[in-house]
Design a protein around this ligand. Structure first.
Ligand code: NCD
Ligand code: ZN
Length: 332
């Protein structure tokens, strides 16, 4: 049995830099035709020079593989119109992080006050740039995303021409916002479709499943699963594949991030097949994103075959989700 996907895309990925970039970039290119690349390097991507240089390093790491990295800029509330006009030639979106909320987000915004954000968000609306948001407060870890929903609502109402992507949503409350505001969209990861907090910390602690936002409750996972399986037109696949070297995961003070890039399509195919929804996978992994972003990815056919795939124990010094386990589908 074979299932073919046309130009699948990953609308939220961390490709990192240097040796890690060289290790993980080809793994994304094996499965995807394009991806939205996160800007949270150290230091984050905040200048045109850094943007162009990083784009160049990604292309170099891809070699001959067909893959378009769609660049993003790290949101700062003091960017000028002139700067954003120039940047808009090179980027699809800006990524907003509340300061300190996740890996390498220290330079993010100190406050989500609408008036402070207004000048940049007005210009972004004018230029048709998309706002990608890591939507968590600094409250109790299980409530952070839910508490952020009122901020999503304020942003969506205050900037009706701005397309806002709620990144890697994990709660039923975020799912509900999709049908409430025309300009709110979402990415959903593989791991949040598969796990709950029980898998992370309910038994022995699983550092390789620890990420931000943390996996939530069964009812949250179910809400994510329902909109994904039906390929709700406002949701897109975004892996949030976030590799960290093994010594940063298997230690006291584990870095947040699940590495899924090399296994994502295989596991998604298995999941959609199990639910008899394979026909909707194309929209979830490509067509919806093309419409939302107004973007046509390079043509690429990716075929999956129902032959077991033994997931490697590691790729370089990164441990993937399902390391050492078997998935039901492989890349052809
Ligand atoms: C991401 C990372 O490691 O850069 N970590 C994560 O847990 N998802 C950052 C992020 O997207 O929050
Ligand atoms: Zn991320």
């Amino acid at each position: 049995m074979t299932h073919t996907l046309l130009s699948p895309m990953d609308m939220h990925v961390h490709l990192r830099d240097e040796a890690m970039l060289k290790c993980v970039a080809p793994l994304s290119a094996q499965s995807f035709s394009a991806a939205i690349v996160m800007p949270n390097l150290v230091p984050p991507i905040t200048t045109i020079e850094a943007l162009k240089a990083y784009h160049g390093r990604i292309l170099e790491a891809m070699g001959e593989m067909i893959f378009e990295p769609l660049m993003t800029l790290f949101f700062k509330s003091d960017y000028t119109r002139a700067f954003l006009e120039e940047a808009s030639l090179y980027i699809k979106a800006l990524k907003l992080y509340p300061s300190g909320i996740t890996t390498n987000s220290e330079g993010g915004v100190a406050s989500m006050d609408i008036e402070t954000l207004r000048p940049v968000l007005e210009v972004m609306s004018d230029l048709g740039l998309i706002l990608c948001v890591h939507g968590e407060t600094n409250g109790f870890v299980m409530d952070r995303e839910k508490e952020f929903c009122s901020i999503y609502e304020s942003l969506a109402s205050a900037f009706p021409r701005l397309k806002i992507v709620m990144e890697h949503i994990t709660t039923k409350e975020s799912v509900a916002l999709l049908d409430k505001y025309e300009n709110l969209y979402a990415t959903i990861t593989l791991h949040h479709l598969l796990i709950t907090l029980d898998d992370v910390a309910g038994g022995m602690l699983k550092p390789h499943l620890f990420c931000k936002p943390i996996a939530k409750r069964y009812e949250d996972r179910e809400a994510l699963l329902q909109v994904s399986l039906k390929a709700h037109p406002k949701v897109m696949f975004g892996s949030d594949s976030a590799p960290h070297p093994v010594h940063k995961k298997e230690c006291c003070g584990c870095a947040a991030g699940v590495f899924t890039a090399p296994i994502a399509l295989q596991a998604l195919t298995e999941l959609f097949h199990k639910h008899h929804m394979l026909a909707n996978l194309q929209a979830f992994v490509s067509n919806n994103a093309q419409t939302i972003y107004g973007y046509k990815p390079p043509f690429k056919e990716i075929s999956l075959v129902k032959i077991p795939y033994d997931v490697p124990h590691s790729y370089g010094d990164v441990i993937p989700m399902f390391a050492g386990e078997q998935l039901a589908w492989s890349l052809k």
